[in-house]
Ligand binder design. Structure first.
Ligand code: SPV
Ligand code: MG
Length: 672
């Protein structure tokens, strides 16, 4: 990109400071001049060519710039008529040196790196404005309508914001504005060569797309007189003592993070908040790298002065504690679920006068590739298998929902709700024998063989990352179960649940209405032990499911079996019930917890659906499985649709109940 610095003006309001040199050479506190600071910043931002228009003291200026060590190509364009024209004429003369997108700025403008980065990084044309500064009497205001600058000038007040002459112009908008300055300057009318170049811009602004870039809270100011100089000098000296805060949830650090950190650190002393494992898990997934290691990684990145934990999605607590002057974030959180988090940040900052700086989100292919790699890591069997155990250790309470196909797996993977500034999602997936059988139009009697069941698991695993809990029915013969365990372990399943039934298994929800019998306790213990022995890792959990309450054998039987099964090595106990009340499950959990505080307890609240998770958790349950709700909700919807078509001889009536076909074809994102 090329930059055009307009430095032809006389700067008469600066008094003695501009008696022998142009205003842009006015010294700043750190020994730089306004211009040398601009040149350094433009070079650091990667600008390859800088065009400087000269007028008063042209020789002094060119000699000075040549004495600086500037890496960019410098071109001077002299405006011999500087005394009788305005910078519109300098722009007209400089036009031949410009091509493509440009940055346009006045030579008396002092700004910090971030403002330049925000303007230069805009994907459209842009102008620096302050949405909060009082409207200046004699300086530029930008009229902004629907987030577009529609006019720039001194006299506007309606929909106007204080503006500074720092623009990015896309190739198309540059051509439009400069074509109009051409008309003005070739007209031969002195008034048109003496007016603001913005008058020409205003003639064409509606056809351009110049977005306002808000620099509220950041330094961006023209220096017109000695009081401006004193104010800006004081602000420059304060820059280094500003506190900046940003927060990361990432566990794989890539170049995108590093460049954000670099930019944030250029704003002041940077404190990085690291989201704790609990928070990351709640809204994304269990982090690959734990909090302590992530904190250590960030602590060692240059520019990071301090690392603190952020124990919520909400920034509120950390902001009130640290009171940073600036919070930095990518602008991608303005929409989607993070919007409410952002709104809260804006209001907390407003309480004490802090400011939010948002950098444009860049779609960098290297960053997308790093993020994709990270997602892949979560899906790999050797990682995925152990996640359920880690989640249990970390949060103690897990919810799982059934999945019986790739599509239902994606629903289980991606369903999210946002409540009170937090995100809720399912932790795991339950591969139900009932739903897997039902999807095939078959009864739930172990008729769908293990090969077919494993194929379902593979289909789900292929498109998701969450831990899988497999409904292993009775587990079959112990001799067969050992092979099932190995297969499930190999493909990355986290838990297999086997129920203590023998003979022809029927679904538990039939209870005693059908003939089914419970397994002998010792036989079942042997099956558990055989399964445990067969494992190659200790990650796959074998859960024993007790059917005593289903089969009318009573609480004592359930409890004594539970302890027999844990003694045989069961990693978890599932207690099942078909009662419409949760009472017997809650009683079981309390009795079990009197003697065992550790073994995870699992339940399936299908018949006692009114119970709330919190009640189950407080009785000692750890895993709540919603075992069949996706199948049960989809089936009536499909049936209604089929009947509607038959009834109306058309698909129109049912169309409003259906997902638009444009959405269904995009439902599954393509990987390549
Ligand atoms: C299943 O979902 O297949 C189960 C739970 O085993 S239940 O249907 O309640 O028996
Ligand atoms: Mg089942």
């Amino acid at each position: 990109m090329t930059a055009l610095i307009l430095a032809s003006g006389v700067g008469s309001r600066m008094g003695a400071l501009t008696a022998e040199r142009p205003k842009c050479m006015t010294p700043l506190p750190n020994g730089e001049t306004i211009l040398s600071r601009q040149l350094r910043q433009l070079c650091a931002a990667g600008i390859g060519k800088i065009v400087i228009t000269t007028g008063a003291f042209a020789d002094v200026l060119t000699d000075y710039v040549r004495s600086l060590d500037i890496s960019a190509e410098i071109v001077f364009v002299h405006n011999p008529d500087y005394a009788s024209t305005n910078y519109i004429y300098s722009m007209f003369l400089a036009e031949k040196e410009l091509s493509g997108d440009i940055l346009l700025l006045h030579g008396d403008l002092v700004f910090e790196d971030t403002v330049l980065a925000m303007v230069a990084g805009s994907s459209t044309s842009a102008m620096a404005v302050s949405t909060t500064a009082p409207l200046p009497e004699k300086d530029f205001k930008a009229v902004v309508v629907n987030d577009i600058v529609t006019a720039v000038g001194i006299d506007f007040t309606e929909n106007a914001f204080a503006a500074q002459p720092l623009y990015k112009l896309t190739d198309a908008d540059r051509k439009m504005w400069f074509a109009q300055t051409d008309c003005y300057c070739r007209s031969g009318e002195p008034a048109k060569m003496r007016c603001y170049a913005e008058n020409a811009l205003n003639d064409v602004a509606e056809s351009c797309c110049i977005r306002p870039v808000d620099f509220t809270g950041l330094l961006c100011s023209e220096i017109d007189d000695s009081s401006d100089l004193a104010r800006v000098s004081a602000e420059l000296e304060k820059l280094g003592s500003r506190n900046v805060y940003m927060c990361f949830a990432a566990d794989v650090i890539h170049s995108g993070h590093i460049s954000m950190i670099r930019r944030a650190a250029s704003l002041g002393r940077l404190t990085v908040g690291i989201m704790t494992d609990k928070v990351v898990t709640a809204y994304r997934h269990l982090p690959l790298v734990g909090y302590a290691d992530r904190a250590e990684l960030f602590r060692n990145i240059s520019g990071v002065a301090e690392v603190v934990p952020q124990d919520a999605l909400s920034y509120r607590d950390n902001l009130l504690k640290l009171k940073p002057d600036i919070v930095v974030h990518g602008d991608d959180w303005r929409s989607g679920f993070q919007r409410s988090v952002r709104d809260e940040v804006v209001s907390v900052l407003a309480e004490y006068g802090g400011r939010l700086v948002e950098f444009p989100h860049a779609d960098d292919p290297a960053v997308s590739a790093a993020e994709k790699n990270m997602r892949s890591a979560h899906a790999l069997p050797d990682y995925r298998r152990g996640v359920l155990r880690k989640l249990l250790a970390m949060k103690h309470h897990i919810t799982a929902i059934e999945a019986h196909s790739g599509l239902t797996g994606l629903i289980a993977e991606n369903a999210r709700v946002y409540e009170n500034g937090t995100v809720r999602q399912f932790d795991a997936m339950w591969i139900s024998s009932l739903c897997d059988s039902t999807a095939r139009g078959k009864p739930d009697i172990e008729l769908v063989d293990m090969t077919a069941r494993v194929r379902t698991v593979n289909e789900i695993i292929e498109v998701t990352t969450k831990p899988v809990i497999f409904d292993g029915d009775t587990g079959g013969l112990a001799e067969h179960f050992v092979y099932t365990v190995r297969t499930l372990e190999r493909i990355g399943v986290s838990m297999v649940i086997i129920e203590d039934k023998s003979g022809l298994k029927k679904n538990s929800l039939f209870g005693t209405e059908v003939r089914q019998s419970q397994a002998d306790t010792e036989d079942f213990c042997r099956k558990i032990a055989a399964g445990k022995n067969a494992r190659k890792t200790d990650e796959l959990m074998i859960c024993a499911r007790i059917e005593s309450l289903i089969l009318g054998k009573g609480m004592d039987d359930a409890i004594s079996r539970a302890f027999a099964y844990t003694a045989a090595g069961a990693d978890a106990i599932m207690i099942h019930s078909r009662s419409s009340s949760p009472d017997e499950v809650l009683t079981f959990a309390r009795l079990f917890r009197e003697r065992d505080g550790f073994t995870p307890l699992v339940c399936v609240p299908t018949s006692y659906s009114s119970v709330r998770e919190e009640e189950l958790y407080s009785a000692g349950i750890n895993i709540v499985i919603y075992a069949n709700q996706l199948t049960r909700s989809a089936f009536p919807a499909m049936q209604r649709t089929a009947e509607s078509i038959l009834r109306t001889h058309s698909a129109e009536e049912c169309d409003k109940e259906c997902m638009p076909f444009k959405d269904i074809i995009r439902l599954i994102p393509e990987e390549y």
